[in-house]
Design a protein around this ligand. Structure first.
Ligand SMILES: NC(=O)c1ccc[n+]([C@@H]2O[C@H](COP(=O)([O-])OP(=O)(O)OC[C@H]3O[C@@H](n4cnc5c(N)ncnc54)[C@H](OP(=O)(O)O)[C@@H]3O)[C@@H](O)[C@H]2O)c1
Length: 385
């Protein structure tokens, strides 16, 4: 019996983006693991491999006399993989978990599964599509209304920006952005900004955790050659490539995760360093490689092969294990703000040198803010016309 390779698999294997993914992503992952292992004396030669501190997890204190019955946590992309695992773990830790996802059916199925394992889990679900600014704005008003109707304190304590995709083809959203950039970065930027008043209103310190990826390391050139302008973010020059040119899906994924990391450090500076009164800390979490549905657009033959090779190299984790860096980040003490959690056991490493470039982060912040404002105006205009 012959080994038949379908056209989609063949096309992917023949693309430069596939090899970028296979080689550069594996190297980036190994570099991150080196950050955990590198011995102290050699680290002075390679500052990016300097050992970083570990942070213990703080338990959630359920104090019946406090204004808060249970701290409230919003998890995006909670219907699958790492998001579902994070929702379950945080419910177990005592959070009232708000699961945010695109599909009502998947949301109720996920809640049921968590309830089967933990009957006293406190859960609620809201529909939100991170690739639509209108949907994110609607989510915020539903959340506020729910807090009011449920007689809960008008605040949230934790936001986990986890939703993400690895899109194989270029798709343009109703807001006019590349779908992968909007889901993985712009959606998280908008959601964090509009939920900030609720995070700042928390009577106890609150936190944002951004789920980024080791693939950010592939964006490694100098600050002057990385473009975080409004035009590139809006993908005016990439998403509208002529149909003859292949969509740079691996590059776009790396870029979106790099932007999310820059956003984490910029928010940390703005909220934790410059405005300590806000009591909002911001942490980036990198789960490593996890066997989830993230490769759903990759031909099944190739995703199975990739997972098989990663398993043989002992680099593939289950969602239960991979989520530990996200939970470490969620439960770390406030002074872990601005850190990059990787490898579980509360460990942190340094992300790429370029990700600490504060000028680039500021530029990205301004470009994202302008895009958000412009899109919001466009949405309002279309609603009034
Ligand atoms: N798996 C890995 O190896 C790995 C490594 C590093 C980082 N990460 C990051 O981890 C995060 C979680 O990914 P995963 O591995 O758990 O993948 P996954 O199983 O595919 O889960 C992704 C989740 O995001 C949701 N989502 C996608 N588009 C959305 C949108 N427009 N609005 C709202 N939700 C949306 C999905 O919802 P639907 O079910 O409705 O599609 C799903 O719940 C992602 O940000 C990913 O980049 C993953």
């Amino acid at each position: 019996m012959g080994f038949v390779v379908d056209r989609a698999t063949m096309e992917m294997v023949c693309s430069a983006q596939f090899w970028r993914m296979a080689l550069l992503w594996t190297l980036s992952l190994l570099f991150s693991y080196l950050g955990l292992l590198f011995p102290e004396p050699l680290s002075s030669l390679f500052p990016s491999l300097r050992p970083n501190p570990s942070y213990p997890r703080r338990g959630v204190s359920l104090n019946p006399s406090s204004e808060l019955e249970r701290p409230i946590c919003v998890v995006t992309g909670a219907t699958s993989g790492l998001g579902a695992a994070a929702a379950r773990e945080l419910a177990r830790e005592g959070y009232h978990v708000v699961l945010a996802g695109r599909s009502c059916q998947l949301l109720s199925e996920t809640m049921q599964k968590i309830k089967q394992q933990q009957s006293d889990a406190c859960l609620d679900a809201f529909q939100v599509d991170l690739s639509s600014i209108h949907s994110v704005v609607k989510f915020e008003s539903s959340l506020k209304q729910w807090l009011l109707d449920s007689n809960l304190h008008p605040s949230i304590q934790l936001l986990i920006n986890n939703a993400g995709i690895l899109a194989k083809s270029c798709r343009v959203t109703a807001d006019g952005f590349d779908q992968m950039v909007q889901t993985n970065y712009i959606g998280a930027f908008v959601l964090t900004n509009i939920l900030l008043p609720l995070l700042k209103n928390s009577p106890v310190p609150s936190r944002v955790v951004n789920v980024t990826s080791f693939t950010h390391r592939c964006v490694t050139f100098s600050a002057s050659s990385v473009d975080v302008s409004k035009e590139t973010l809006a993908r005016k020059n990439l998403c509208f490539l002529p149909a003859s040119k292949p969509y740079p899906f691996a590059w776009t994924y790396e870029y979106s995760k790099f932007c999310l990391l820059l956003l984490s450090y910029e928010l940390h500076r703005q909220l934790y360093v410059l405005d300590p009164a806000s009591s909002v800390s911001v942490i980036a979490a990198d789960p490593g490689v996890v066997e989830t549905s993230i490769m759903r657009e990759v031909p099944p033959r190739l995703s199975r092969l990739a997972f098989m090779v990663l398993r043989l190299l002992n680099l593939l984790q289950s969602p239960d294990k991979g989520v530990s860096s996200v939970i470490d980040a969620a439960l770390a003490p406030p002074d872990a703000s601005g850190k990059y959690f990787f490898g579980g056991k509360g460990r942190t490493i340094r992300s790429s040198s370029l990700s600490y470039n504060s000028k680039l982060a500021e530029e990205l912040w301004l470009a994202s803010s302008l895009l958000f404002q412009e899109t919001q105006h466009a949405v309002k205009d279309s609603e009034t016309n």
